[in-house]
Design a protein around this ligand. Structure first.
Ligand SMILES: Cc1cc2nc3c(=O)[nH]c(=O)nc-3n(C[C@H](O)[C@H](O)[C@H](O)COP(=O)(O)O)c2cc1C
Length: 221
């Protein structure tokens, strides 16, 4: 591939800003939105589990239902070109059919390879990270992976001049209920991890406030 420069990437990172008001007249083209979804799809995930689904919420009635229980995007949900909810897999335990499918997808097709991977996942989930014992921990593990997809989508959007805002400001029980009622997913298998809005900023956003590198980096040499 032709590489872009560090400065070009940094410019994109500076351009990305959580956008609280969108220009209602500007919509993201299907090609560009597909590009953003593709960035989610191509994101890395622990043991290649890909424990995500992306709901693209374009139905205005549904957005209006979500609005009163989504304070974090109340100023965005009407005008955003696209709104997504990222779902995380529940119960992606080491011995689940879901993780077995991910092994097969990555070419671990014979029984010996699968048994080897299964033992590795068992140790990882029960002895190293202790997540297999609790449904909440397994969901949180899957949710962590979805945040990687989220970040890639937000930054990748900014690199091509598309604005966004990550959204955690909502009532999780209410939003899960409203979205599950659409029939888009089985709430026993999936839960909303995080949401995001996309579009084009309606006005300039002031430059970022960030800690300095000195405040956050410790080198151990
Ligand atoms: C996981 C996550 C959830 C967030 N939830 C909201 C939200 O619900 N509503 C909102 O307006 N901003 C939300 N933000 C945006 C943050 O406030 C913002 O990223 C932070 O203030 C830094 O500003 P910047 O993104 O413009 O650099 C969220 C950010 C992250 C990473």
């Amino acid at each position: 591939m032709a590489h872009i420069t560090p400065q070009q990437v940094l410019d994109g990172f500076h351009y990305r800003a959580s956008t609280r008001s969108y220009d209602p007249t500007r919509k993201i083209s299907p090609e560009d939105f597909n590009y953003i979804l593709e960035l989610g799809r191509l994101s890395p995930s622990s043991v290649g589990s890909e424990p995500w689904q992306f709901l693209v919420i374009q139905n205005q009635e549904l957005r209006q239902k979500l609005k009163p229980v989504s304070w974090g995007m109340a100023t965005q949900i009407d005008d955003a070109s696209h709104v997504i909810a990222i779902l995380a897999k529940k119960n992606a335990r080491y011995d689940s059919a879901f993780l077995k499918d991910s092994m097969i997808r990555r070419g671990l097709v014979n029984e010996e390879q699968q048994a080897f991977a299964l033992e590795k996942y068992r140790k990882f989930q029960t002895e190293d990270t202790h997540i297999a014992q609790s449904e909440q921990s397994l969901f949180d593990w899957a949710s962590k992976q979805t945040y990687i997809a989220l970040a890639n989508m937000l930054t990748g959007a900014a690199l091509v001049g598309i604005d966004s805002c990550p959204i955690e400001g909502f009532d999780y029980v209410a939003v899960n209920k409203i979205l599950a009622e659409t029939g888009a997913f089985d709430p026993n298998e999936w839960g909303v991890s995080v949401m995001a809005t996309f579009g084009y900023r309606a006005k300039e956003i002031k430059p970022k406030a960030r800690k300095t590198l000195e405040e956050i980096v410790t080198w151990i040499e």
